[in-house]
Ligand binder design. Structure first.
Ligand code: AMP
Ligand code: GLY
Length: 425
């Protein structure tokens, strides 16, 4: 197999690292990739927003399979582009078309879908500027805190949770009048769910599915879940509170009806489904769907997959995932994201990174790094994601942080408490 991975973050680095070990792989490409993927794949410097450019690279390099990392190309129809092109129809495309990608691209679509297929989720209504007064009334009918979600993609920033109803109405008006651009033309208002969050990942060929290891991510910037929301400061897998009983509920109440619902809607869905869940007193509720893997969750989840991910992808393309068995390690994976000082607000970049090469045998995945005159330097907010696999969380944390101390660059910052909350004494 000649495989092209689309994307350039830690998630894509983790997927590339895993696929590069497969005996079924002939050659791996990543577009645009990053310095981390360059050690296991050939990076192709193309603009992934330009589907024609991707097509050219695919034909030129005789690519047999495309694996899409981020949601944006999927929401923008990359899957449809490849499916509808006669010259490309033999290529296995891992990722849904734009209809399926609406599960992530439109909160209203996702909520209506869950409502229709009786998938447990928070009660909701959606509004636009013409129904602003109804929205105010709906807010008054709910108990605080109020959850407001911009319908469209808003780079992970489109969800507001507000304690005060007057402030919620003010924020709602701002959302509906352009604060998130057209992503906020519609806003979903929903009930607040209290519980513990975790994420479950599914790989489906549209009919059959494999359940990947679950994970918990650490979204806030600072220890103790303080500070601003980020794209993710760390992750752990497995999640101890997701026991077999809970996971059976997730499968029967959420995964099975989601896949059946997609089929019923006539949506051919071949790819990942990332289900963000709230565990409310032992019952799972869906907070959101994503149509891709998580980042940094992938960097914890993928190292626990012992079976051949590329073999699963091939089976997915051929619609025979029912004949694949996923093997998952019992070990704990703990992932630490090293960020640029100031992230998620403004930060400087271009600082030389030392220690990364010394960790080349470890699971050090690159996110915001680049080469500048032969030197590895920072180029983004989330710079590196380091994963340790161990028999327990405590030993995993020790291993992780002792490795992390070997990396340095100006302004390096990371949380010190990844996994700490999961240690039971
Ligand atoms: P989302 O972008 O949909 O993942 O939402 C971002 C975060 O907001 C989630 O990870 C949750 O922590 C929180 N959240 C979203 N919806 C709800 C809800 N209905 N109740 C409580 N928290 C929520
Ligand atoms: N870590 C959250 C996400 O990938 O959406």
């Amino acid at each position: 197999m000649r495989v092209l991975i689309i994307g350039s973050g830690g998630r894509e680095n983790a997927i590339a690292w895993k696929i590069s070990k497969s005996p079924l792989l002939e050659k791996l490409f990543c577009a645009p990739g990053n310095p981390g993927t360059s050690s296991v794949a050939e990076n192709l410097n193309i603009d992934i927003k330009n589907f024609d450019a991707v097509k050219c690279a695919v034909l030129e390099n005789s690519v047999d399979m495309i694996v899409v990392g981020p949601e944006e190309p999927l929401v923008n129809g990359m899957g449809d582009f490849f499916k509808n092109d006669e010259s490309l129809k033999e290529i296995i495309f891992i990722g849904p078309g734009s209809e399926g990608a609406k599960l992530e691209g439109s909160k209203e679509f996702a909520k209506d879908f869950m409502y229709k297929y009786r998938i447990p989720t928070a009660g909701y209504k959606s509004f636009n500027i013409d129904s602003f007064e109804d929205a105010e009334q709906y807010i008054d009918s709910l108990k605080a805190p109020y959850v407001l979600k911009a319908d469209g993609l808003a780079a992970g920033k489109g969800v507001l949770i507000i304690d005060d109803s007057r402030q919620a109405k003010r924020e709602l008006k701002e959302m509906l009048t352009g604060r998130f651009g057209s992503a906020g033309d519609k806003v979903v208002i929903e009930e607040f769910l209290s519980g513990i969050e975790l994420s479950v990942f599914v790989l489906t060929d549209g009919k059959n599915y494999l359940i990947l290891p679950e994970a918990k991510d650490y979204k806030r910037a600072c220890d103790g879940d303080k500070g601003l929301n980020t794209g993710g400061m760390g992750a752990v897998s497995p999640v101890p509170f997701a026991d077999a009983d809970f996971m059976r509920k997730v499968e029967s109440r959420i995964i099975v009806p989601t896949i059946a619902g997609l089929q019923n809607e006539g949506i051919e869905y071949k790819g990942f489904i990332f289900i963000g869940l709230m565990n409310c007193s032992g019952d799972p509720y869906v907070i959101e769907y994503n149509v891709r893997m998580g980042d940094p969750e992938s960097e914890a989840v993928i190292p626990r997959i012992e079976s051949d991910l590329l073999s699963h992808f091939i089976a997915l393309g051929e619609g025979r995932l029912d004949r694949e068995r996923i093997e998952i390690s019992d070990k704990f994976a703990i992932t630490l994201v090293m960020v640029s000082g100031g992230y998620p607000q403004s930060f400087e970049k271009g600082f030389e990174i030392s220690g990364a090469y010394e960790l080349s045998g470890e699971m050090l995945f690159h996110s915001g790094t680049t080469f500048n005159e032969g030197k590895l330097v920072t180029s983004g907010g989330r710079v590196l994601a380091l994963t340790a696999l161990a028999d327990g969380i405590q030993s995993g944390r020790e291993k992780l942080y002792s490795l992390a101390r070997k990396v340095s660059y100006k302004g390096i910052f990371y949380r010190g408490d990844i996994g700490l909350d999961l240690i039971t004494h």
